[in-house]
Ligand binder design. Structure first.
Ligand code: AMP
Length: 203
């Protein structure tokens, strides 16, 4: 099915700012923009016109999607902001941006990225662990990019830094078209997650 589940109306996308990647990554970013645009969801992202961000946003706009960028003033002034968006919101700093990017979002997708993407992704995973963000979190695993991160997180569970239930917080897909099914398949999550956020010794 090429439509999003009814409760997923606004999707946050985290993505690399790099313009020096292998072509597979840009192809995946464009395809994701197409899939989300055709699915009719609103997209919120970092507002950049560079890298995978720009590739995803341009393709989604071409599909007629509503694309909302949230960019801090200092990045916008060095002309990294995408001028063709439905809405470009200029904010004070990175913290405000990260908060606004997921404030009213129903799901998160992480395309491959560097420290900026990884920080955003780990923050939303942490918020979900604490029951503060409840939507699906899907990593787009182009070229197996997220195998190492999910392997690291699985080891964190094996070593009891996190609990088994936390493995249900995210999912991995190989192809952009699979994100819509991943939204449907995501494990239900609630604010009760805060009660098992910290791992305790069995009593
Ligand atoms: P990175 O993966 O390190 O390239 O960082 C990309 C992520 O950080 C995006 O999801 C953006 O929210 C943010 N970001 C980093 N650099 C930029 C930029 N030049 N323009 C817009 N957003 C950026």
């Amino acid at each position: 099915m090429n439509t999003a589940p009814g409760h997923i109306r606004r999707v946050t996308v985290y993505a690399s700012s790099s313009n020096a990647l292998a072509t597979d990554y840009y192809a995946a970013a464009e395809r994701l923009g197409e899939v989300l645009g055709k699915a009719g969801v609103e997209i919120v992202y970092g507002g950049g016109r560079v890298g995978l961000m720009g590739a995803m946003a341009d393709r989604a706009l071409a599909e007629g999607a509503h694309v909302h960028g949230v960019i801090p003033d200092f990045l916008n002034t060095v002309e990294h902001g995408h001028a063709g968006l439905t809405r470009l919101e200029v904010v004070k700093d990175m913290r405000e941006r990260k908060h606004l990017m997921i404030a009213n979002s129903d799901a998160v997708i992480a395309l491959p990225g560097g420290s900026g993407t990884l920080e955003e992704l780990l923050e939303v995973i942490t918020l979900k662990r604490l029951g503060q963000f409840l939507g699906p979190i899907v990593m787009l695993n182009t070229r197996g990019y997220y195998d190492r991160l999910t392997g690291f997180l699985e080891n964190a569970v094996a070593e009891s830094f996190m609990a088994d239930q936390h493995l249900k917080m995210w999912s991995l897909v190989d192809e952009p078209i699979q994100v819509l099914q991943a939204f449907r398949d995501a494990s239900a999550w609630s604010t009760d997650a805060r009660h098992f956020a910290a791992v305790r010794t069995p009593s």
